[in-house]
Design a protein around this ligand. Sequence first.
Ligand code: NAP
Length: 309
Amino acid sequence: MEKVVIIGSGCAGLTAALYTARANLEPLVLTGIMPGGLLTTTSIVENFPGFPEGIDGYELMTRMQKQAERFGAKVKFGTVESVDLSKRPFTLVVDGDPVQTQTLIIASGAGHRHLDLESEALLEKKGVTYCATCDGALPMFRNQPLVVVGGGDSACEEATYLTRFASVVYLIHRRDTLRASKIMAERTLSNPKIKPVWDSVVTEVLDVKQDKVTGVKLKNVKTSKESTLDCAGVFVAIGHVPNTQLFKGVIDMDENGYIIPKQGSATNVPGVFVAGDCSDHVYRQAVTAAGLGCAAAIDAERYLAAMSQ
Ligand code: NAP
């Protein structure tokens, strides 16, 4: 029987692990399929306090894990298949095995949003990708025109990173102003290798018949004019969807699947707490996720203390 199980090993999950470990609760952290979370797919993180030169996303997460483990957190590679939160202790099935716990911290993060095009799905890993840091250096993308879709910080970061490899990077955005922070937007738009394509959406990724990406079909949303752009890769960076499907119908969430905490990090199920991107669609920063992980840990610790009185 565990005292605390944490689902997720991103900034929120590992900070919750650090705090609950230091409270001698020996938390069990279940990593999910992406240990370290989405930040491991980022190149340089420039806005996490304490790292004036910036820090590689993967390294930051490795350090967080080591720090939590130093105080007794148990980090286990595993995927939660189902949860039974109807009675305490809660039961989770992790890769076929049951795990029982007195409290649960959901820090399951968010995954990449897709364009929801059939051609996108068929060409995934054949030129369509959701991570420039992971795939940008592949030989198929070298010295080729590439497309990034999106107008937020992620799209700007991906586009800038890809200029190392691409002949040119087209940034396709559905409006004519970027959503990205000012500094990222300025850096992106002043890069001579990045060509913005405003007011446009991708309607099809070409070419399913050739089983590889050769271009995109675009539509201008203001003029309805259609065009084709040749490229060897499509990097989709249009935001995220929370990883909360497991808890549908049990834990309160909004219409987009973001978990709604009831008080602090507490959810509608006593003993279940939430932290990070699976409940935050407003700030979504590494440092806010870490802060929310800390809050969930403190709430879980206080809950356990009250239960044992
Ligand atoms: P985001 O800020 O939600 O931006 C998503 C972008 O994709 C928006 O420009 C949006 O267009 C566009 N979009 C959404 N759905 C679309 C669709 N179906 N088709 C075409 N375009 C679509 O997401 P994000 O860029 O991933 O950033 C998420 C959070 O992480 C933000 O808070 C950001 O500040 C943070 N972040 C920070 C850094 C950094 O500071 N280094 C790096 C990455 C991310 P509209 O603008 O028209 O809505």
